[in-house]
Design a protein around this ligand. Structure first.
Ligand code: UT7
Length: 331
């Protein structure tokens, strides 16, 4: 009997309509389109303006897009895992509200937080359940309303992030397609370089933490950049070697969209031509947990059954990883 693997069988996505361009940011902080474009690759990002809508709204829209495209009966979903750093609330998992709202009444649901690697970690967890034979339909969502944790007077962060969500359905496959291998890593050396300092158990929210703006994302961009380049490129090269994949064998690089220069360095270590390196950072910025499924959604039509995809991520924590997956269908 063939080994059961976990394959992606459907994809959905959502970004809010409101666009925040580099030109608009020029009026908000001391920056310019040329600097942002050349240092990051970003031209514009999407912002969920409605103050009454949180990350669950983004996740629900992405999941409903997947359900409509694939004619999935939500009652058949066994599990919903939602990767996010911006849950609706600290307690009452966002995934639970998403699952209930989409009609996944027979599912259990929980959140997973691993910053920009959240989606890869969530795919890992979802796949393990499927490979073990425990569940058959796992909905993995990456969703973030980054605008809710950004200080729009801080030019070192506000130019980078945007809001969005993407979702994939993972199901058992007996043709050897789907998730093949992964290298996932973490190191708290990064705890100081990229974080939200207040609002957790270490420094609960207070008037003082709010006055000091400690509830916003802060990052030492240069340090994060260095670690991102060496670690993301490192595991991407390692996963190719471990699976005897040459640059010819790899069809697509699905890399976390934090900075086009980090993605470029990873692609170059892997020896990949530009056509194989998928980019949408110019339109959405860094949407944290959502960048990888947003790439899948944007480029889904180009993937062919059997294509070799390498996912790569790096994010706060630090967390990083690379995943090797064989695409399971033609659109
Ligand atoms: O997704 C989670 C993981 N995050 C990442 O992977 C992000 C990694 N880091 C980066 O992508 C980059 O470090 C940034 C895009 C955040 C910054 O780019 P950089 O090339 O590392 O710039 P820098 O921080 O070294 O700053 C260079 C200069 C500084 O001026 P001086 O000191 O040389 O006079 C900054 O003050 O650029 C200045 N600067 C800006 N100028 C115009 C910083 N931000 C801006 C800005 N507009 N928005």
């Amino acid at each position: 009997m063939n080994r059961i693997t976990a394959a992606i069988t459907a994809v959905g996505a959502y970004v809010p309509e409101e666009v925040l361009t580099n030109k608009q940011l020029e009026k908000m902080v001391e920056t310019n389109d040329e600097w942002i474009t050349s240092r990051t690759g970003i031209k514009e990002r999407r912002i969920l303006k409605d103050p009454d809508k949180g990350t669950s709204y983004l996740g629900i829209q992405a999941a409903q897009n997947l359900i409509e495209k694939s004619n999935l009966d939500p009652k058949e979903i066994d599990l919903v895992i939602l990767a996010s750093v911006t849950p609706d609330m600290p307690v009452a998992a966002t995934a639970v509200h998403v699952a209930t709202s989409i009609g996944a009444v027979n599912a259990f649901a929980y959140d997973l937080q691993a910053a920009c690697s959240g989606f890869l970690y969530a795919m890992s967890t979802g796949s393990a359940y499927i490979e073990a034979g425990r569940y058959k339909k796992v909905l993995v969502i990456g969703a973030d309303k980054m605008s809710s944790i950004i200080d729009y007077t801080d030019r070192t962060t506000c130019i980078i992030f945007g809001d969005g969500a993407g979702a994939v359905l993972m199901e058992p496959n007996d043709e050897g397609l789907g998730l093949q291998d992964e290298i996932l890593r973490s190191d708290s050396i990064g705890r100081k370089s990229l974080n939200i300092a207040a609002g957790g158990s270490l420094l609960p929210p207070s008037e003082e933490t709010v006055a000091k703006k400690l509830h916003y994302v802060r990052q030492d961009g240069k340090t994060v950049f260095k670690f991102a380049v060496s670690n993301m490129a490192g595991v991407s090269e390692q996963i190719m070697q471990r699976n005897h994949l040459t640059n010819e064998d790899v069809n697509w690089l699905i890399a976390h969209q934090a900075n086009k220069r980090i993605v470029g360095a990873t692609a170059s270590r892997m020896g990949l031509e530009d056509e194989k390196v998928l980019m949408n950072i110019q339109r959405y910025g860094n949407t944290t947990s959502a960048t990888l499924p947003l790439l899948l959604s944007d480029f889904e039509k180009q993937f062919k059954k059997g294509d070799n995809l390498i996912f790569a991520s790096f994010g706060g924590g630090f967390t990083w990883g690379a995943t090797y997956l064989k695409w399971a269908y033609n659109s």
